[in-house]
Each structure stands twice: as structure tokens, then as C-alpha cells.
Design a protein around this ligand. Structure first.
Ligand code: ADP
Length: 194
């Protein structure tokens, strides 16, 4: 069983790496951003509420996000483990996740920080905006997301570092190259793929 978490600024490549790592480890990639976007698309009550926050680059309230993840982690595909992408992002979410996992005698094994320079991520997101047209990939909203990340999520890195489970990996380079770096860093921690 392997429980992983990917953290890093918007545009660091978390989503791309999450899909590849999930495949390697035979675990589901759980992206709160993707789940919110699917709900926005389907105009569910959750989506309608989340959209107002996402459109301005703000975080969706913790209660909503925590409940969503708590439910998702009960699905059968999480039995071999999971890779969380984009959750937790706040101190409140760190506590909530700790409690969810402790309730079934679990804990995170490794937190992978994808390190990427803000200048680089802004350029990447500009490209993604052209390719995918994500509603929150406009320059103003991207700047807001980076600010929220720095204020609310970057401090989480210290918390996991103090727990001794943080691995920082350079997120700049070819996609496959970055995946290899992460897989090697995990192997050094005794976590191997299937
Ligand atoms: P990025 O990492 O590029 O910002 P995501 O797809 O992970 O992209 O997230 C998009 C948006 O979804 C966020 O700006 C936020 O509004 C919402 N969101 C995703 N995950 C969370 C979370 N854990 N807590 C609060 N809001 C979230």
C-alpha cells in the first residue's frame, strides 16, 4: 500500500505527473481540481458553489473540499493506496486528512514537492490556456492562484518536511524526465512501482 501526495504551485505539472505515477504504482490519482471541474461541467450543486471560487483563483471552502476527499477515499480503488494531487492545500485540510487517515490507522508515506520557478509556471499556463482553454488560466487568475499558493499552501511543505516525509523534485524538464526523478526519489525511500 502506498499513499502519496503531490504538492507544488499551479502549473508545476502535478496533474501530468499524477497520472503517470498513478499508472506506475497501480493506484488512483485523485485530483480535487479535476473533481471540481467535472462538477462545474455537470452543473451539480457542488460545481455551482465551487465555480464562484475557482473563477477568481480562490480556494473552495475547506468543509466542501474535505467532505469530497473523505468520500473519495472510501472508494474501493483506494485499497492499494492513492495519490492525492492538489489536496491538502491549507492547514485545515492537513488536519482533516490526518484525521481521515488515522481513522483507518493510515498515514501518508511520502509528500512529493514539485519545484518550479513562478516565471516558468506562468509561461506553461499560458500555453495550457491556448491548448485547453481552462476558465481559470487567464493571466489575472493565474496570478491570484500563485498568491494563494504562496500564502496558504507553501507553508505545508515545512510541515511535511518536519515529519520527515518530504521529497523535493525539480519539476523543470521533459515530462518523462521529471517522472523518472520522482520514481527514483521514491525508490530511495523504499517505495517501488508495480
Ligand atoms: P492548479 O494547481 O493549477 O491551481 P487545480 O486543478 O489543482 O489547479 O485546482 C484548480 C482550482 O480548484 C483551484 O484554484 C481551487 O479553486 C480549486 N481547488 C482544487 N483543489 C483544492 C483544494 N484542495 N482546496 C480548495 N480548493 C481547491
Amino acid at each position: 500500500m502506498v499513499r502519496l501526495l503531490l504538492v507544488g504551485p499551479p502549473g508545476a505539472g502535478k496533474g501530468t505527473q499524477a497520472v503517470r505515477l498513478a499508472e506506475t504504482f497501480g493506484i488512483p490519482a485523485i485530483s480535487t481540481g479535476d473533481i471540481f471541474r467535472a462538477n462545474v461541467r455537470d452543473e451539480t450543486p457542488l460545481g455551482i458553489e465551487a465555480k464562484s471560487y475557482m473563477d477568481r483563483g480562490a480556494y473552495v471552502p475547506n468543509e466542501l473540499t474535505n467532505a469530497l476527499v473523505a468520500d473519495r477515499l472510501t472508494h474501493a480503488d483506494c485499497v492499494p493506496g492513492f495519490l492525492l494531487d492538489g489536496y491538502p492545500r491549507t492547514l485545515d485540510q492537513v488536519d482533516a486528512l490526518d484525521e481521515m487517515l488515522a481513522a483507518s490507522n493510515q498515514a501518508l508515506d511520502v509528500v512529493v514537492e514539485l519545484v518550479a520557478d513562478p516565471e516558468v509556471v506562468i509561461e506553461r499556463i499560458r500555453l495550457r490556456a491556448l491548448e485547453q482553454g481552462r476558465a481559470d488560466d487567464t493571466d489575472d487568475v493565474v496570478r491570484a492562484r500563485l498568491e494563494v499558493y504562496t500564502a496558504e499552501t507553501a507553508p505545508l511543505i515545512d510541515i511535511y518536511a518536519r515529519r520527515g516525509i518530504l521529497v523535493s523534485v525539480d519539476g523543470i524538464g521533459e515530462v518523462a524526465e521529471v517522472t523518472d526523478r520522482i520514481v527514483s526519489a521514491l525508490a530511495e525511500r523504499g517505495i517501488g512501482g508495480v
